[in-house]
Design a protein around this ligand. Sequence first.
Ligand code: ADP
Ligand code: ASP
Ligand code: MG
Length: 436
Amino acid sequence: MVIYKFGGTSVGSPERMQEVQSIITRSGERKIVVLSAVSGVTNTLVRIAEAIEAHETDTAMHELTGLDERYQPFLSDLFGSPSGQQKARLIMEESFRTIRQFMEQDWDDEFRKIILAQGELVSTRWFHLQLQETGIDAILLPALDFMRTNAEGEPDLEYTAARLSEILALYPGIKLFITQGYICRNHQGRIDNLKRGGSDYTATLVGAAVKADEIQIWTDIDGVHNNDPRVVEGTHPIRFMSYREAAELAYFGAKILHPSCVIPAELALVPIRLKNTMQPDAPGTLISLRSSSQSITAVAAKDGITVIKIYSHRMFMAYGFLRRVFEVFEKYRTPIDMITTSEVAVSLTIDFTDHLHEIIRELKQFGEVEWEGEHTILCVVGDNLIKRSGIAQKVFAAIEKMPIRMISYGGSRHNISILIPENYKRDALLQLNSLF
Ligand code: ADP
Ligand code: ASP
Ligand code: MG
């Protein structure tokens, strides 16, 4: 079994959807195809949900009209027959009805999740219809039947594996399955999602669950690049990369991969191949046990970081102090990204700030607390870079003019993380490019 995942741009127009069909029909192995929403649609759905929640019905209706316009080319160009076009229209109208009904009800947070799910529900139904119209046998598997998160909000891989094996056993002769990326149910059975960019995560979770031979993530670029191509010109793709190198880059801001998506593939030892839908023959990037063998493979940057400092003359040397600090973050389910300590203080960073004020209030029992938002973590990744001499010196020389707030070196063998104020990010990425 091979998993194919196509992102928003890859299904972003009728021509692109047809290209997806030609890519998946080039080889005959059994496959599960995971699709994102048409590009831009999830952003529109976010705005629609916000408007409905705020009782701004006019804004919501205006956004819905925009979505209708976005979808029109699919209705006219994707399907050759009038009956195909009619079925495609009904799929869209059903989705719009689902959204509109929430305008007349008292808001419930589950409505947002149901609205956000509409992008993937429509794109997969259209794609499945397109296959049927072309006479290709395929089964549309509802992700809501097998993707689930547990009480901690983490994917329940055991459940997914068990459910998928039951479901796939129902179709012994079928070689092609389509499903939605991103969407799932929570532990209470309510509709939820795997956070923005989550279709990559669906693909790797499904790949791990069925012990796939390979997970292919098809997107709009020819693999993981050595620097952020949105900021720096002349970046180039990395041919091979270890799971660890890729996991660090994904977590620290390389948008091409969802932050957590490498982990299930790494645990199940299923390779991830990144491919370009616009250039299907480009080699892309293979993520597996084979590393880049480079001392510096790539750099990435993660924005929206808040740094918190706790000064405590009284308590810092006492054992158990850090545990008590960490318990505060645990209580508010807030992951810590970076941490540095001194004799009298500890600094740490978070990017999930929903409970910032409660956290600060509780930390104040330990001493003086300061916090500051709008920081960026720069992440330099290499194969075993910590073991190679002179790398840190090169990295810091490249960004010698940057106001560095924190450094993390040695926590992982493959990464150096550096905290800087967000407004220096662009310059820092440009300067770090001199490392390649
Ligand atoms: P999809 O919709 O297919 O999931 P995304 O937009 O989520 O695609 O991810 C692909 C984009 O990630 C690229 O177009 C590129 O601009 C951006 N990107 C950021 N960092 C990197 C990187 N290091 N390598 C490749 N692409 C990157
Ligand atoms: N459609 C979702 C998003 O835009 C999921 C994805 O594309 O991966 O975030
Ligand atoms: Mg993505």
